[in-house]
Design a protein around this ligand. Structure first.
Ligand SMILES: Cc1cc2nc3c(=O)[nH]c(=O)nc-3n(C[C@H](O)[C@H](O)[C@H](O)COP(=O)(O)OP(=O)(O)OC[C@H]3O[C@@H](n4cnc5c(N)ncnc54)[C@H](O)[C@@H]3O)c2cc1C
Length: 258
């Protein structure tokens, strides 16, 4: 059985303040691209499950041809194999179309029992892809998983955290699971792992390999920077803290903020 882990390649957030919308729009983005930080937890969990339950592991990413650094990072960590889905097959499609392409790529992996994903991407940020993939595969979904307790009798037992509470749940495989950062401590790729990954050939899946419906949902038409909000500062003076606070409260009431 296999664990497939979904890996997105995203700009290094340390460099984001330097990236302009014009650059992004022109397709001439100079940012260093890395593995989406949330997906490192998913990759680590896949490797951990491989060690605990003897799974095979495969990393899948949808991106531009040649965008393989994130996949190579996952391989260097210890994931067994990787494939890149050519983003041209989604034909400028949105998250729903992306989920369909990723779900089809999961099917090409064969005997997949579990799909692991991060919590969200640091660029798109929608946090919906795992729900879309589960829906397209027709599998159940667990989100916010902080521990895989066991896999037994075709079921996965996991801990999830919600609003400070923790619950233990079980769900039948096959399953899509999005993991939270509390689940593990991602390992650094070893030197040997980096050397092995650098030599790996990563297959590119395109239109001939995956059958997805043409993008039928929303499409990108334009990308603009939102207008800067004009903020006015007012300072409330008074002879005492109480007087200043009362004036502030009056102003907030007048603005219908409170
Ligand atoms: C109208 C519209 C048109 C778009 N057109 C394009 C386009 O032409 N080309 C394009 O690349 N994007 C396009 N996008 C953006 C694309 O839909 C999103 O980048 C993508 O669906 C992922 O969404 P997200 O980044 O919010 O992921 P999230 O839902 O926040 O990610 C959650 C998790 O899902 C997994 N995941 C997410 N994205 C990927 C991925 N690409 N590969 C593997 N795993 C992933 C990761 O494990 C991640 O942690 C478009 C979006 C819209 C709204």
């Amino acid at each position: 059985m296999k664990v497939a882990v979904l890996i997105k390649q995203t700009p290094d957030t340390a460099e984001l303040p330097k990236v302009s919308v014009a650059e992004a729009q022109s397709g001439d983005l100079q940012a260093t691209m890395v593995i989406n930080p949330w997906d490192e937890f998913a990759a680590e969990e896949a490797i951990d499950l491989k060690e605990r339950f003897d799974f095979e592991t495969a990393a899948i990413s949808l991106g531009s041809e040649g965008e393989t650094d994130a996949l190579k990072h996952a391989l260097a960590m210890g994931v067994d194999s990787a494939v890149l889905v050519d983003e041209r097959i989604i034909d400028n499609g949105d998250e729903w179309t992306t989920a369909e392409a990723l779900a089809e790529a999961v099917k090409t992996e064969g005997d997949v029992a579990l799909v692991l994903t991060g919590k969200m991407s640091v660029d798109g940020n929608s946090g919906v892809i795992y729900a879309g993939v589960a829906c397209k595969l027709g599998w159940d979904l667990l989100v916010n998983v902080t521990k895989v307790v066991d896999i037994v009798d075709g079921k996965l037992i996991a801990e999830q955290v919600f609003e400070g509470g923790q619950e233990t749940v079980e769900a039948p495989l096959p399953l899509v699971v999005s993991v939270a950062k509390e689940i593990n401590e991602p390992r650094y790729p070893s030197f040997m792992g980096i050397r092995k990954a650098s030599r790996a050939k990563i297959p590119l899946l395109g239109n001939d390999d995956l059958r997805i419906r043409p993008a039928y949902a929303s499409h990108w038409r334009n990308l603009v920077k939102p207008e800067r909000e004009r903020v006015q500062a007012r300072i409330f003076d008074g002879d005492s803290v109480e007087e200043k606070a009362a004036r502030l409260a009056d102003a907030l009431l007048a603005e219908k903020v409170i």
